[in-house]
Design a protein around this ligand. Structure first.
Ligand SMILES: NC(=O)c1ccc[n+]([C@@H]2O[C@H](COP(=O)([O-])OP(=O)(O)OC[C@H]3O[C@@H](n4cnc5c(N)ncnc54)[C@H](OP(=O)(O)O)[C@@H]3O)[C@@H](O)[C@H]2O)c1
Length: 287
């Protein structure tokens, strides 16, 4: 049994904390909106009043927060932040989807506080978090990756060590860009089928018989044809991540004109009130 703190009990963090409890770990949790911790508390978690309190005495601290701003506040606040409570040699595992630039700033801050930093963003959504089948992209020292293995085993089905701190953020943002580009393309193609007078479902099935239709595109088409927009990966977060990939590209001097165009599609979806819909809800723009 390991003492683990989970900071951020949103859709993903709450499920990850539940998995850790079920695996027999001793879990302390923190969430900005404390009420969201009540169910985990009833399952045996200790609800802490601050990230600092949650991190105190933990061998591993996992953050699963919305964005750079949330991550900065939760780790670094001098009074209440997790680093103020981090023990010598404790693992600081940042799993949120963030910019590589912020991750590269956070890593030395953790080291300065005596901790061992691991960047660990994930692919997979709520069902994968619930089932312990997340795919981990890891950035950090090889020995830290190894040390985190017993913790990540309860949460992930695969681990890929992709380089030093910041590298995993680049890979994670690339995964989301590739996914988001495909989903937006499927959305506009289904719109075209409908407006051109085709049976969209039948025409999509034909596309599905060709090698150009990826499993992700097929899945998105199925959700759109069923009108199923219940949130898994909400448009609000998709749009955030397209902003982050643009930021990462600019910092690296890389051009990403396709991602930039698709970013505008999701930004429009958000402006039109679709931010809470699953990514497939982008289809509503073209119906
Ligand atoms: N959903 C997915 O399918 C998915 C898949 C892979 C990765 N991710 C990434 O994983 C992270 C979490 O996603 P999620 O779906 O769990 O998001 P979520 O349900 O929106 O939860 C966001 C969490 O961040 C906290 N938070 C937001 N702003 C904060 C701030 N300024 N200070 C402190 N806490 C703050 C929220 O606290 P409150 O409850 O107080 O608002 C909540 O705990 C994101 O980086 C997301 O991009 C998501």
């Amino acid at each position: 049994m390991t003492r683990i703190a989970v900071l951020g009990l949103g859709a993903m963090g709450s499920r990850m904390a539940a998995r850790l409890l079920a695996a027999g770990h001793e879990v302390s949790v923190f969430n900005r909106t404390a009420e969201r911790g009540a169910e985990l508390e009833s399952q045996g978690a200790r609800l802490a009043a601050s990230p600092r309190e949650a991190a105190t005495g933990a061998e591993a601290v996992i953050a699963m927060l919305r964005d750079d701003m949330a991550s900065r506040a939760v780790w670094l606040d001098p009074e209440t932040g997790a680093l103020a409570g981090l023990g010598e040699g404790a693992l600081a595992i940042e799993s949120s989807t963030l910019t590589p630039g912020w991750v590269r700033d956070l890593a030395p801050a953790v080291a300065g506080a005596g901790g061992r930093f691991l960047e660990a963003p994930v692919a997979g959504s709520r069902p994968q978090a619930e089932a312990g089948q997340l795919i981990y992209f890891l950035g950090g020292a090889a020995e830290t990756v190894e040390a985190a293995r017993p913790v990540l085993d309860a949460l992930g089905g695969a681990r890929h060590h992709v380089g030093p701190a910041g590298a995993a953020a680049v890979v994670k943002l690339a995964v989301n860009a590739l996914f988001g580009v495909q989903v937006a393309a499927v959305a506009e193609i289904l719109g075209l089928f409908g407006k051109a007078g085709l049976d969209a479902e039948a025409a999509a099935a034909v596309l599905g018989e060709t090698p150009v239709m990826s499993p992700a595109a097929k899945g998105a088409a199925g959700l759109m044809l069923a009108g199923n927009y219940a949130p898994l990966f909400p448009i609000d977060l998709v749009e955030k991540d397209f902003g982050y990939v643009a930021e990462a590209a600019a910092a690296a001097g890389a051009e990403m004109p396709t991602a930039e165009a698709v970013r505008r599609v999701y930004a429009r979806a958000k402006t039109e009130g679709l931010g809470g819909d699953n990514i497939a809800g982008v289809a509503k723009l073209f119906a």
